[in-house]
Design a protein around this ligand. Structure first.
Ligand code: MSP
Length: 484
């Protein structure tokens, strides 16, 4: 990413409404949030667009709603609302929240389908296969374990129907070339190689873009065949451009192609093959895809039955939005697969935020107040701490860089013992220099933290740039009772 960036468009996957938001969804959304905040600082808010939302059609949703005795719309309103609520609690700064049941989205999807048909990339054929309602996709016999879909532990349905197909085959060489030339960025390299492997193995048949309304009653009608509903993935992937008012919208003209589309590795094929194929068919430029790993909780996949699903709301309630984001992002590197141990969060909070940053702020401001009467003659310069790491999506490493400075400052205080220097008037110059250095570093810690913790950062900067520096009356990170 070069310095001449003029606009930045960031997306998350749109999340299924068949389950309440959990910290897996939160992870992707937080990563996108930090990057959005970073670029708003760099190029101005008006030049950044951050999109998230919910994916609301499909057989699974209709099934869940029926089970609960609700209409699909009632049901999706409720869960989509839960996602909005969770992102509010985590102080997520999206510019737009799209729902695939929005009238505007549906209208543009119909326009896209008509365009694809006019381009001659769709054809009608019989399709026969095994369909897993849990996955919302046809699955292969060879993928079954004891006759069941391994991800959902349920038997697939045998479906035979007339469907409309997208002729993917013709786009594969172009996609391959675009990936190799970097016109379609698939990051990290391991995922890029995975996609190239899929293409080389010729294991990517044409995919159907519709389903019979009998098997999938809840979705967007195909404009030319009302017996067919649009395949959820075509509906869902389109959100990235319908949200910008494709094709004529000002936002679309300004922001497409996306500069960072975040997703988890399980939906790589849809984003790195199907989505570029649709874009190529529409003669649109290709985006940059950033794929991260999945994390488990205490060694296990998050699941309702195991009872280890962690709600972002519960975290935000205990730690607040900003600390929750810190705790999640500092667990593992972007792209890695990892395990999260929630019982370590409280300890980490006390160690890094209470004893680390909070304590440093208290010590430094206390000494400036006591020894220099709160006055410090200092020109603040933003050293742009950890910015390169953020630009490279190395969020955990960015935090580690900042925490290294925190640790160095605390160590410096322990070594130099300013309280001893203060005892002798002849050390006044040295003491002043030392406190200047500490205040300067704290200022840079705070500016570096801005995309991660905008409020705490502003609070610290306000304390340091006041006419008279004072120790905060309340600690900015109150200690947590570990027995809670
Ligand atoms: N609706 C589709 C996406 C359509 S995008 C056009 C979907 N939804 S989902 O609700 O299942 O969300 C999947 C995404 O949530 C993952 O790609 C990832 O971004 C995030 N995560 C869900 N669980 C996660 C973990 N356990 N760990 C990390 N991220 C996780 O797929």
């Amino acid at each position: 990413m070069s310095k001449s960036i003029e606009k930045f468009y960031i997306t998350t996957p749109i999340y299924y409404v068949n389950a309440e938001p959990h910290i897996g969804h939160a992870y992707t959304t937080i990563v996108a949030d930090v990057l959005a905040r970073f670029y708003r600082q760099e190029i101005g808010s008006e030049n950044v667009f951050f999109l998230t939302g919910t994916d609301e059609h499909g057989a699974k949703v209709a099934e869940m709603a029926a089970k609960l005795g609700k209409s699909p719309q009632e049901f999706t309103d409720q869960i989509s609302g839960s996602f909005k609520e969770a992102w509010k609690n985590l102080d997520i700064s999206h510019d737009y929240f799209i729902r695939t049941t929005d009238a505007k989205h549906k209208k543009i999807v119909i326009d896209i389908l008509n365009k694809l048909k006019d381009k001659g990339v769709l054809y009608e054929a019989d399709y026969q296969g095994l369909y897993c309602v849990g996955c919302e996709k046809f699955i292969l016999e060879s993928e079954l374990v004891e006759g069941k879909c391994p991800d959902h532990n349920r038997e697939p349905q045998k479906l035979k129907e007339k469907n409309w197909f997208f002729s993917l085959q013709q786009f594969l060489p172009k996609i391959k070339q675009a990936i190799e030339l970097g016109e379609l960025l698939v990051y990290p390299a391991s995922r890029k190689n995975e996609v190239l492997g899929l293409i080389d193995k010729q294991s990517l048949p044409d995919f159907s873009i519709s389903r019979s309304r009998k098997s999938v009653p809840w979705g967007i009608d195909l404009p030319w065949d009302k017996e067919q509903k649009t395949y959820v993935w075509v509906d869902a992937l389109s959100n990235y451009i319908t949200a910008l008012d494709y094709p004529e919208g000002e936002k679309f003209k300004k922001f497409w192609p996306a500069d960072a589309q975040f997703l988890g590795l399980e939906i790589l094929k849809f984003h790195a093959v199907y989505w570029p194929a649709i874009l190529l068919a529409l003669d649109l430029p290709l985006p940059k895809l950033y794929i991260h790993g999945f994390f488990t909780i205490d060694g296990q996949k998050m699941s309702k039955t195991l009872g280890n699903v962690i709600s972002p709301n519960a975290l935000a309630e205990k730690y607040g939005a900003e600390v929750s984001k810190y705790l999640i992002l500092s667990q593992f590197s972007f792209g890695a697969e990892s395990d999260i141990k929630i019982e370590n969060f409280a300890e980490k909070y006390n160690a890094d935020l209470v004893n680390g940053l909070g304590n440093l702020l208290n010590r430094v401001t206390n000494m400036v107040e006591k020894y220099l009467d709160g006055k410090i003659d200092l020109q603040f310069v933003d050293k742009k701490l950890a910015q390169e790491e953020i630009r490279q999506l190395r969020f955990r490493e960015a935090l580690l860089t900042i925490w290294q400075v925190i640790q160095n400052s605390n160590t410096l205080i322990d070594q130099e013992k300013p309280w001893l220097l203060a005892k002798d008037e002849k050390n006044k110059g040295k003491l002043e220099e030392l406190l200047k250095e500490l205040v300067f570093d704290l200022y840079n810690i705070a500016t570096g933290l801005k995309p991660f913790m905008p409020e705490k950062s502003a609070q610290i900067i306000a304390i340091l740039t006041a006419d008279k520096i004072k120790k905060p009356t309340e600690p900015i990170f109150p200690r947590l009772d570990l027995s809670d």
